[in-house]
Ligand binder design. Structure first.
Ligand code: SF4
Ligand code: SF4
Length: 428
């Protein structure tokens, strides 16, 4: 794609990066076929190629974002299916991240949007505050139809994603060092995850049990948020501050790997090297931390676990941030099969479930269509349980099916000597 940035513009390293990315796009349109928003609506401007044009125009003009550009960029899920499909290696992730920063800095949203985004950006990364907000939201949940009738769709959507049961906090998973059960094979850090630690603390507890039984000392660090939530909202200053704090704590913990159980966080942490490339104090450390970061499925796959004997029929929903963002397309399924589970691949497995961080709150209509389509595809393989690797997907799917949705590490912990996960204990 031809670009027309001036020499002056290209002196800005962010623009220079965008220019490199844009020039790789050959307009072939292969990416449109796997883009969830294009598949649903068929609007070229809601396809990766269309968004790339809009972003190019916005950055070339160097002017405030227009309402039209904001509308179509906001509708992007950052699912990164387009990056899996693109034959030219266009780094859409870095381009859309930059577009969001430009939008955040130049576009004035309606006050209700600004308020909602500010609340989400302040509350979600803080587990204590997030928990209080969930308690309050659960009290307001019965009023959801009233908000729908009043046309307050986003507020109704927010209440819709509040789980009907709030998990109790668990002692296992709190910050601290968990010693290896037998001889120590290594020392790893585990990210708490701001949203995950509140919505589903059983995931980190299962991870710690499994890793310590396998001989690893696990350090759970205090900073819960990796910066992913503000990063995806274009709030770069906040995101980078959180990234620096996370890097500081992992440097101090002196670990071989950083293990991530929420694949959305994994994509961001693996990108710290890029996000902090212009910060002389952190650039090298950020690169090193990104290189040490592994999704739990990636870490376990390298350990070659022995076969186990669980025999449930599992539909595996591959989170976009795992299959497209980290290109981990087979490891979780292999681990589950090796543990004895009958793993069913879900039709249209490349399409997003509509969760996408705060997307199901900010874009409730598209998110609901994608969720319903995903659940229908999952039900078509008649599973007993659903497994995935990201808290956002777990929450999104749990709201639309009675079939238990678990993190795959909970199933592996169970298969290799841990307790039966509470979500399926009553079904067996
Ligand atoms: S597939 Fe890649 S090269 Fe083709 S239009 Fe999409 S982003 Fe551009
Ligand atoms: S990230 Fe997903 S929603 Fe956004 S343009 Fe790419 S495929 Fe479409």
């Amino acid at each position: 794609m031809q670009t027309h940035f001036t020499d002056f513009q290209l002196r800005d390293p962010h623009i220079a990066d965008a220019n490199q990315i844009l020039r790789k796009c050959v307009h072939c349109g292969f990416c449109t076929a796997t883009c969830p928003t294009y598949v649903l609506g068929g609007d070229e401007l809601d396809s990766p190629r269309g968004r790339i044009y809009l972003i190019k125009n916005m950055l070339e003009k160097g002017e405030p974002a227009t309402a039209e550009t904001v509308k179509h960029v906001d509708r992007c899920l950052s699912c990164l299916a387009c990056m899996s499909t693109c034959p030219s290696g266009v780094n859409y992730m870095h381009l859309v991240d930059q577009a969001r920063v430009h939008i955040e800095q130049t576009y004035r949203r309606p006050w209700i949007d600004r308020l909602q985004r500010a609340v989400l950006a302040q509350v979600m990364p803080r587990p204590s505050l997030f928990r209080l907000a969930l308690i309050a939201a659960r009290l307001a949940k019965p009023l959801r139809p009233v908000f729908e009738a009043l046309g307050a769709a986003r507020f109704a959507a927010l209440l819709g994603v509040v789980p009907s049961r709030l998990a109790s906090p668990l002692a296992m998973g709190k910050p601290g060092t968990y010693p290896a059960a037998t001889s120590t094979k290594g020392r790893v850090a585990l990210l708490q995850g701001c949203v995950q630690s509140v919505l589903d603390p059983a995931i980190n507890a299962a991870t710690i049990r499994l890793l310590t039984r396998l001989g690893y000392e696990v350090v759970v660090t205090r900073e819960a948020c990796c910066g992913s939530i503000p990063h995806h909202m274009g709030r770069e200053k906040d995101a980078l501050e959180r990234a620096r704090a996370a890097i500081d704590q992992w440097q101090a913990a002196d670990v071989e790997h950083i293990i991530i159980t929420a694949s959305g966080c994994g994509v961001t942490i693996k990108d710290y090297g890029h996000m902090l490339r212009l910060d002389p104090a952190y650039a090298e450390m950020a690169k090193a931390i990104s290189a040490k970061t592994l999704d739990i499925s990636e870490f376990l796959a390298a350990l070659e676990l022995p076969p186990a004997q669980k025999a449930l029929r599992v539909a595996y929903h591959s989170a976009c941030t795992l299959q497209h963002g980290q290109q981990l397309k087979t490891q979780p399924q292999k681990l589950l099969r090796n543990a004895g589970f009958e793993v069913m691949e879900v039709p249209e497995g490349h399409l997003c479930c509509g969760s996408a961080g705060t997307y199901n709150i900010l874009q409730p209509n598209i998110a609901a269509q994608l969720r319903d389509r995903k659940v229908a595809n999952i039900l078509s393989v008649k599973p007993q349980i659903i497994a995935t690797g990201n808290i956002g997907c777990i929450n999104q799917l749990s709201g639309a099916t009675e079939i238990p949705v678990l993190h795959m590490v909970e199933l592996l912990d169970w298969a290799y000597g841990g307790p039966t996960p509470e979500k399926i204990a009553n079904q067996l």
